[in-house]
Design a protein around this ligand. Structure first.
Ligand code: FES
Ligand SMILES: [Fe+2]
Length: 351
């Protein structure tokens, strides 16, 4: 099943214009994600409580046109109108005297945060739907309110766990991502990296990246990199080179049991990098595409529900992911603080 009571990356902020609504399935639940004319993003269950029509097929009424001065979502079937917080505001068929307390009708509302161009939605278990989020979504340090310079989204036809594990797995690099500009099979060598627990996951402690990664050299200077993972499926890679910063955010979002969306966003402080955007986009697409093709291939085997293995040390991060998930589940069920089960360790593998 899915991890709940946690923030998921839903969509890039720039894809949602003022006054627009879009239908989006997250964790198998139908959502309408919209932006009011005032610029506020919101998310509601995309099912009208009257007779089940998707609200995303209706209209977003601007705050100047509505009687209450607030933006309202109007269902296309009988015109019931809802506030962005899910409360019903109007039922057009009512005649004077039919006093029905419309404000008692509600559509489930999902908390939303828009940070640095990313729209995050908090998906709690149904029984905790009215509770406030227990934590905040991630923020890239050193980038104020800036949105990413570049991003790319790809759909993997697999369960979220296979996508997350596939992206954190260090041993597939020389086999799946073979290319002249990155690395070749011959470049395999032993690595030892120090890891430490973080608030909601773990991080490969800041280090100087291996010399076989040409892409890092382009940055100039002696760059250092820190790669961190946090639940539910967020990978943040921070590269520092002198006063410059390059941050990659990879978010893995379950759409349903067999569909997972991967969005890769890059933030950078070097203006000259903008020249490389078209090239970077091609690299991102081919790199992520290699992972997707392998995951598609994996599905052919997984159809038969085989037993799988996780070995030391190259699959230890995958083991940690499973442990982090079960601890998260238990902690929310028991209503206690999350206790990170990961202990500091140095992992060794060849890749
Ligand atoms: S189904 Fe939405 S108003 Fe009737
Ligand atoms: Fe990969």
């Amino acid at each position: 099943m899915y991890l709940r009571d946690i923030w998921y990356f839903a969509l890039p902020g720039e894809t949602l214009k003022r006054g627009a609504m879009t239908h989006k399935v997250l964790l198998g639940e139908p959502l309408v994600v919209g932006r009011t004319d005032a610029g506020e993003a919101f998310a509601l269950r995309d099912i009208c409580p009257h007779r089940g029509v998707p609200l995303s097929a209706g209209q977003l009424i601007g705050s100047r046109e509505s009687a209450c001065g607030e933006a309202l979502i109007e269902c296309p079937y009988h015109g019931w109108r809802f506030r962005a917080d899910g409360q019903c505001a109007e039922i057009p068929s009512l005649v004077p005297g039919q006093d029905m307390d419309v404000s008692r009708i509600r559509v489930r509302r999902y908390p939303v945060r828009e940070i640095q161009g990313n729209i995050w939605v908090y998906i709690a278990d149904e029984k905790r739907a009215d509770l406030a989020p227990t934590h905040e979504p991630p923020r890239m340090p050193d980038f104020d309110d800036r949105a990413p310079n570049i991003r790319e989204t790809m759909v993997f036809s697999c369960h979220v766990d296979h996508a997350v594990i596939g992206l954190m797995d260090p041993a597939h690099g020389p086999f799946v991502h073979r290319s002249w500009w990155w690395r070749s099979r011959k470049s395999i060598h032993e690595k030892a990296k120090a890891f430490a627990p973080t608030e909601m996951g773990f991080a490969m402690v800041e280090h100087t990246p291996s010399s076989n990664s040409l892409a890092y050299k382009i940055l100039g200077g002696a760059p250092t990199t820190e790669i961190s993972f946090r639940l539910p499926g967020i990978r943040i890679e921070r590269i520092k080179a002198g006063r410059h910063r390059l941050v990659g955010l990879t978010s893995v979002t379950p759409i349903d049991e067999k569909t997972t969306e991967i969005t890769q966003s890059f933030y950078w402080t070097m203006p000259f990098l903008s020249v490389f955007k078209p090239v970077a986009r091609r690299f991102m697409r081919s790199f992520l595409g290699q992972d997707r093709d392998m995951v598609d291939l994996q599905q052919r085997g997984l159809r038969f529900d085989p037993r799988l293995m996780l070995i030391n040390d190259s699959d230890v991060q995958a083991k940690w992911y499973h442990r982090l998930k079960s601890e998260w589940d238990e902690a929310v069920e028991q209503g206690r603080p999350f206790q990170n089960p990961v202990k500091p360790a140095t992992l060794r593998w060849r890749s």
